[in-house]
Write a protein that binds this ligand. Structure first.
Ligand SMILES: C[S@@+](CC[C@H](N)C(=O)[O-])C[C@H]1O[C@@H](n2cnc3c(N)ncnc32)[C@H](O)[C@@H]1O
Length: 337
């Protein structure tokens, strides 16, 4: 492909994202799970305009999501993996990133690059977490997307690290509890505490019950800028610190430190810029953090120094074989919270 064509693809990549978002939003891969369908059948099932849906399907065929025999459309391997119930599905994430609030913030990427400011806040007038608190439907879509992303890596995280040495694991900013449920399922002797904002953990019971771990898991609502539950042997934070700039990250880590016993361990589950098995994903996730939350992806050294500022020593880094790593930290000797 010549440079001009390649550049054209890069320039119009946003159109592909939006088309894929609509596919997820309408559940097209789910509708095709039990066999090929015509665009008219898909339009009827989704209530969409038949002509426009035909044009969408034609576009999605060109990027490999579906195939067509000229009359009916079917899932490709990629399209099948895009079902909402497929293992490691990113359909929930596609639904979330296509929402207007996300899209509008990303449209102001240039603002973030020119000023260093969080575009979401510039566009919507408040941080993303405050926005979600006022828009419960969007909160639910985001929480479901995070649950999907966590489900995709949960087994790898549980296998890569021995959680069995802990009596109680506190999942700080644990969303609806997907990762904690996997930890508790993998280690029957461990108890859990799921901690997140009250309106988020309010929706956690169904998932914890379905995983059969609700009896071993306490659910606590609150803010990690105030206090986190006491008494954990490990404090797990997955995809939390990358949401925040350094100053707020240190505050969150210090809040955890105040609740931790001397033998406690802090476990950060994050992508690493210097080790990523998928550098494109991590580099763009870094931009997403800038635009959406004012946070950033970091290198191992950047995490080490952030942890040191908050009074922790980085003790080990475990690869999981997925996109995330487990950074284990212990309280630095001789430091007061
Ligand atoms: C990117 S999500 C990660 C969720 C989960 N750990 C996962 O990986 O699936 C960040 C989480 O931080 C939570 N959060 C944001 N501000 C918070 C606060 N002040 N106190 C507690 N949790 C907060 C959000 O509600 C959200 O669930």
């Amino acid at each position: 492909m010549d440079a001009s064509r390649q550049l054209h693809r890069l320039v119009t990549g946003y159109q592909v994202s939006q088309a894929v978002h609509v596919a997820a939003s309408l559940g097209l891969s789910d509708l095709l799970a039990d066999g090929p369908k015509t665009a008219a059948e898909l339009a009827e099932a989704t209530g969409a305009d038949p002509g426009s849906l035909t044009r969408l399907m034609r576009a999605l065929v060109t990027v490999g999501l579906y195939v067509s025999d000229g009359e009916r459309f079917a899932n490709t391997e990629l399209g099948d993996a895009f079902r909402i119930d497929a293992p490691r599905s990113v359909a929930g994430w596609a639904r979330a990133v296509g929402r207007q609030h996300h899209w509008q913030a990303y449209a102001s990427l240039e603002h973030s690059i020119r000023t260093g400011e969080n575009a979401f806040e510039a566009v919507h007038g408040e941080p993303v977490w405050a926005y979600f608190a006022k828009h419960p439907d969007e909160q639910t879509i985001f929480a479901a997307a995070m649950t999907d992303l966590s489900r995709a890596v949960a087994d790898a995280v549980v296998e890569a690290y021995d959680f069995g040495r802990f009596g109680t694991v506190v999942d700080v900013g644990g969303g609806r509890g997907m990762l904690l449920a996997a930890v508790l399922s993998g280690y029957p002797s461990v108890n859990g505490v799921l901690f997140d904002q009250s309106d988020v953990v309010a929706g956690a019971h169904e998932l914890l019950s379905a995983a059969g771990v609700a009896q071993r898991c306490r659910v606590v609502g609150g803010s990690f800028f105030d206090a986190v539950p006491e008494g954990g042997d490990a404090y797990l934070l997955k995809s939390v610190i990358h949401d925040w700039p350094d100053a707020e990250s240190v505050e969150i880590l210090r809040t955890c430190r105040r609740s931790m016993p001397g033998h406690g361990r802090l476990l950060l589950v994050e992508q690493l810029l210097d080790e990523s098995p998928d550098p494109v994903r991590t580099a763009f996730s870094d931009l997403t953090m800038l635009v959406m939350a004012g946070g950033q992806e970091r290198t191992t050294d950047e995490y080490r120094s952030l942890l040191a500022t908050a009074g922790f020593d980085l003790t080990s880094t475990a690869a999981t074989g997925s996109d995330v790593f487990i950074l284990e930290a212990a309280l630095a000797p001789g430091r007061n919270p």
